[in-house]
Design a protein around this ligand. Sequence first.
Ligand SMILES: Nc1ncnc2c1ncn2[C@@H]1O[C@H](COP(=O)(O)OP(=O)(O)O)[C@@H](O)[C@H]1O
Ligand SMILES: [Mg+2]
Length: 251
Amino acid sequence: MALLQLHHVQRVFNQHSTNPVMALKDISFTVENGEFVAIMGESGAGKSTLLNIIATLDQATGGQAVLNGQDLGQLSKDEAAKYRREHLGFVFQHFNLLDSLSNRDNIYLPLVLAKTPVKLMDDRLTPLAARLRIDSIVDRFPSEVSGGQQQRIAIARALITNPDLLLADEPTGALDSNTSNEILTLFDDVNQNGQTIIMVTHSAAAASHAKRTLFIKDGRIYHELYRGDLSAKEYQEQINQTMMTLTNGGE
Ligand SMILES: Nc1ncnc2c1ncn2[C@@H]1O[C@H](COP(=O)(O)OP(=O)(O)O)[C@@H](O)[C@H]1O
Ligand SMILES: [Mg+2]
């Protein structure tokens, strides 16, 4: 069974006003377990709206989003909050770490909310910290480490609950290109370890790390590219060309 299925998802904002905004018109796609999917599109195309629906932070006004057999539109607010904690991990452009907590306590936060014993949290962190290369910085505070290191801490926080799905909205948007590459290589590793990832990005270089890229335009899927046997460079070139066609393609 597919991990995520979107069936004709629609999202209209201000539906009953004189000025409704059709952010998503008709979006259908499937994500299998273990995939790494990038979502691209111009500003205002509906990328964040789509991610928010998958994240249970927003609900579709039409169609269906089904994650692991659960129809996300059927969850109450409280159920959605629980579902998010237990099944989803999030990585944001601006890291969203709490400055008053150590890096370790930031990472433990979702487990603390789930009342996990300290020993178990420590046991989970040990292999993750090695994989993310953050051992030496977990007992510092976010303000004491670099942006790239803060994003690694945020990735650890997202992964410590073993989520079904890792959602990232512009995870390299605030990083320089070298640090972005490090973080994207880390996403590659995390995906190779079996973690499913959906990443929204403006950057063709970032999207070229995904095995598949979905392009959104005017609330619909405009095109889809698979990396297949292409080199990262060739794939990035195709992504760039598709973005140019999408941008210049008129209405
Ligand atoms: N809460 C909201 N109320 C009204 N319009 C919204 C709201 N959120 C997003 N929109 C509109 O929906 C469209 C898609 O926005 P968004 O998903 O943020 O695009 P992207 O992330 O691709 O830049 C835009 O026209 C935006 O103005
Ligand atoms: Mg956005």
